[in-house]
Design a protein around this ligand. Structure first.
Ligand code: TEU
Ligand code: CA
Length: 564
């Protein structure tokens, strides 16, 4: 939708900013709903569920990549940015989805993956064809180091060197992800203009914005220094992200495309620290509206990332929420989320997905819907989906998991030991098919075989069961969403934690000149007294237990009070 700059500014100045007030729901299309019975989710499958999403109360649907791709990284390796992968359907299906959402007053944001392409993209095929090809420097090619090896010690996000050797030219090309995902050379203005054309192509289709994949990585340190940091998250921050021209590129991208539309730009921010975040999302920067920072998500990632884990606590999670709120405040904006398609299910990772699964799922809905920032709900969280305990490494499909498995095998880690790590860390935990019913393939597909096996616990955990239960997790999400949307204090109000230093409680208040709310979360199985924190008259708005006393919290209890 075309908007002049001044009308956009006026809207924001009236403090009614749609992308702050509305709620994002992330769909991983491969795993959401399969309409044509081939075992792979698709666009028509999403269209079938638009009323479900409307009834849930979410507003902005973010769909992960659906473009033409060899699927080395499930679509994050794009070979044609203007074509829809046939597994997902057609351009007409996408246009139908856009109109279906707009008819319901909802919006669609798509995934923009422009740090890298697939190695099967025509640009890379040309670039790789010869050193003299005009598109050679669309990508990053370097001569071998003096010992003939990779130009430096950079490691891929997915294990192994970040450089792939091309024998025909005796040069290496950079791939921060898989070797089938060569990094684009943003230094080249021809590359940048190709990308702006792609962005405008989709904006002209009427989409409402983009989630920008690994956007802080697009500007490389062109001296390609060795990395010496002691953890992979630190390597991402100090060596891969926030390069010298990243803001020039984002500003140019916005000015040549985004700025002419009233659309949402949310940057995925690996490596964006709270110290530099406002350079990306400061309200007068002319860059991005908000970011998904990953500081809490990278907790526990050691020297080589998540498969070399280090300990962390829930106090670390709280600290990160507090530090980011203080750093950003209202000078910029962030999203609040605790899982997505790249990380384990939040109630399995941060909570108890067994005895207290229902209480935990409700508690985390209250957390992500009452902190300051645009809430992003990942598909399946609204029914309390959990990690999956596959029986064998053969059941996994995620390239990150399988690459690290290869790497760990070289490090002599047994299949069984790695299987335990995959059950805890694999991205496939978040990618098991959406659980609609207790029936065949959880109602996701009529196929005899799904692209990724359904979690066996769909017999109990599914939308259909939730719909029959007024006390279900789904019902609680709907109540919480309605509560947030009816009280802008949760959007624009101030934030302060009241339980700093407590290793099990997360109690914080949200307030403005109209209301004060106190959110009380017990992130443990202990019964804990909270009377010291509730010092004024309050009324309980909602709780995940059938009690509203103000003196204690039971195991994984969440209570939302309003002062009176
Ligand atoms: O993820 C980037 C990113 O930060 C992830 O690599 C994440 O840190 C890692 O997967 C955690 O295990 C984006 C996409 O969300 C991811 O699905 C893609 O694989 C990746 O970029 C490459 O496009
Ligand atoms: Ca399908």
């Amino acid at each position: 939708m075309h908007k002049t700059e001044s009308s956009k500014r006026m809207a924001e100045s009236k403090e009614s900013v749609w992308w702050k007030e509305q709620i994002i729901y992330q769909i991983y299309p491969r795993s959401f709903n399969d309409a044509n019975g081939d075992g792979i989710g698709d666009l028509r499958g999403i269209i079938e569920k638009l009323d479900y999403l409307k009834e849930l109360g979410v507003d902005i649907i973010w769909i992960c990549p659906i473009y033409q791709s060899p699927n080395d990284d499930n679509g994050y390796d794009i070979s044609d940015y203007r074509a829809i992968h046939p597994d997902f359907g057609s351009l007409a299906d996408l246009e139908h989805l856009i109109s279906g959402l707009h008819d319901r007053g909802m919006k669609l944001i798509m995934d923009l993956v422009v740090n890298h392409t697939s190695d099967e993209h025509e640009f890379f095929k040309a670039s790789q064809s010869s050193i003299d090809n005009p598109q050679r420097d669309y990508y990053i090619w370097k001569e071998p180091a003096s010992d003939g090896g990779p130009p430096n010690n950079w490691m891929s996000f997915f294990g192994g060197s970040a450089w792939a050797y091309d024998k025909s030219s005796n040069e290496y090309y950079l791939h921060l992800f898989t070797k089938k995902q060569p990094d684009l050379n943003w230094e080249n203005p021809k590359v940048r203009n190709e990308i702006y054309d792609i962005i405008n192509f989709w904006l002209e289709k009427g989409i409402d914005g983009f989630r920008m994949d690994v956007i802080p990585l697009i500007s490389k340190r062109t001296d390609y220094p060795d990395a010496h940091e002691d953890s992979f998250p630190k390597v991402i921050e100090k060596v891969y992200s926030n390069g010298p021209k990243v803001h020039d590129y984002i500003k140019e991208m916005v000015s040549k495309s985004i700025a002419h539309y009233d659309v949402l730009t949310v940057g995925e921010g690996p490596g964006i620290s709270k110290e530099v975040a406002l350079k990306y999302v400061g309200k007068d920067r002319g860059e991005l509206n908000l970011i998904f920072h990953l500081d809490h998500m990278y907790l526990g990632q050691g020297k080589d990332g998540k498969y070399t884990p280090v300990p962390y606590t829930l106090t670390d999670v709280k600290r990160i929420f507090n530090e980011w709120d203080e750093a950003i405040g209202t000078d910029g904006w962030i999203s609040i989320f605790m899982d997505n398609h790249d990380f384990p299910r939040m109630i399995s990772r941060f909570g108890n997905d067994d005895e207290y699964r229902v209480e935990c799922a409700k508690l985390f809905s209250m957390l992500i819907l009452t902190l300051r920032g645009t809430t992003c709900i990942y598909q399946g969280s609204e029914i309390g989906m959990t990690n999956v305990a596959y029986e064998s490494m053969d059941d996994y499909r995620d390239v990150e998991t399988l690459n690290f498995y290869k790497e760990q095998k070289n490090l002599d880690i047994s299949d069984q030991d790695f299987l335990m790590m995959a059950r805890e860390h694999s991205r496939d935990n978040a990618r098991t098919p959406m659980q609609w019913t207790s029936g065949k393939n959880a109602g996701f597909s009529e196929s005899d075989k799904c692209w990724l096996d359904v979690n066996p616990n769909h017999n109990v955990i599914n939308v259909e069961a939730c719909k029959k239960d007024p006390n279900s997790i789904l019902s609680f999400y709907k109540q919480m969403i309605k509560l947030r949307k009816n009280n802008n204090t949760f959007v624009y109000g101030q934030y302060e934690e009241l339980s700093k230093g407590h290793d099990k409680l997360f109690i914080y208040k949200r307030w403005d000149n109209k209301q004060t709310y106190i959110v009380c979360l017990n992130l443990s199985q202990d019964v804990i007294d909270i009377s010291d924190y509730i010092t004024s008259n309050v009324t309980c708005m909602i709780s995940n237990y059938k009690d509203d006393n103000t003196s204690q919290l039971k195991a994984w209890q969440a209570k939302l009070f309003r002062t009176i």
